[in-house]
Design a protein. Structure first.
Length: 279
């Protein structure tokens, strides 16, 4: 995958972000509808989708687009896809409705179940996180591009620094609290920051956080783009049994619970995987 394709995706995501901001800053009352899965959808979700889906389909001939805001093909069809785009036109719709600014445009290219290219655009901040296999990861702002990398944990622990954990603003507070207690009993102080959307994964990718535990439901379009960024920055995304998070392997598009890890040399598995009781 070359950087030309990555730049095309960034441009398309930026266009979708502009359409979202037009609605976000509009004085008109925001209409919120509820989808069959009880998740909210707004005109901004649909406006972004209408930009992203046809534009992505033209980048690489014959590569299908899977978007949250369109009918999902049956697995019998999807299982034949060895390469496809997966899109969340507006990740963090609840944050969009609350006007926190913590929402993103997510696009990833999946090859054989692996996210190999990802773009996470943050419309309100005007920044973009991007990552690609064999290219690396970077953060783009008005001032230019800055390469991003996950950060090592061991030297910071030796210096007495806190473990920086990022968690969902809306989901799984109780179980995350238990995890924080377990980490503190082993490693010391934990500083926890709550945030919406795939920005949480990007904080790990850019070395602003060490760990993101997601112990509540997500869908594959929620995570694929940011996972590509995390992996290009040197981190990893694993399920709750420490298997690499993979895509389009089953009928359901729900992810298992997962962990986003910065320092892969640290023995997180021993700390995070709950062991069965001994009889």
């Amino acid at each position: 995958m070359d950087k030309t394709v990555l730049e095309q995706v960034i441009a398309i995501c930026t266009d979708a972000g502009a359409a979202i901001l037009d609605i976000y800053h509009s004085s008109a009352e925001l209409q919120v509808d509820i989808k069959p899965d009880d998740s909210p959808v707004t005109a901004a979700d649909l406006a972004a989708h209408k930009i992203l889906a046809p534009a992505l389909a033209q980048i690489i001939e014959g590569v299908p687009v899977l978007s949250e805001e369109q009918a999902i093909p049956p697995f019998a069809e999807r299982s034949q896809w060895h390469r496809y785009w997966i899109v969340d036109p507006l990740d963090g719709t609840k944050e969009f409705i609350r006007r926190t600014g913590e929402f993103t445009v997510n696009v990833a290219l999946i090859e054989n179940g692996k996210p190999v290219l990802g773009v996470v655009h943050v419309p309100v901040l005007g920044i973009t996180y991007a990552g690609c296999r064999n290219i690396g990861a970077f953060k783009r702002a008005a001032s230019g591009d800055v390469a991003i990398h996950v950060r090592p944990l061991k030297p910071r622990l030796e210096a007495g620094d806190a473990v920086a954990l990022v968690a969902s603003r809306s989901h799984g507070a109780g179980i995350v609290g238990q995890l924080v207690e377990r980490i503190e009993s082993r490693l010391g102080t934990v500083e926890c920051k709550n945030m919406g959307s795939s920005l949480k994964l990007c904080l790990v990718a850019e070395g602003a956080a060490d760990l993101y535990p997601r112990l509540a439901p997500t869908c594959e379009w929620d995570t694929a783009a940011a996972q590509a960024v995390v992996e290009a920055a040197g981190g990893v995304v694993v399920d709750d049994q420490f298997r690499l998070l993979r895509y389009n392997r089953k009928d359901s598009l729900l992810n298992p619970f997962f962990f986003v890890i910065g320092d892969t040399s640290f023995d997180w598995r021993d700390l995070l995987v709950t062991k069965p009781p001994v009889n």
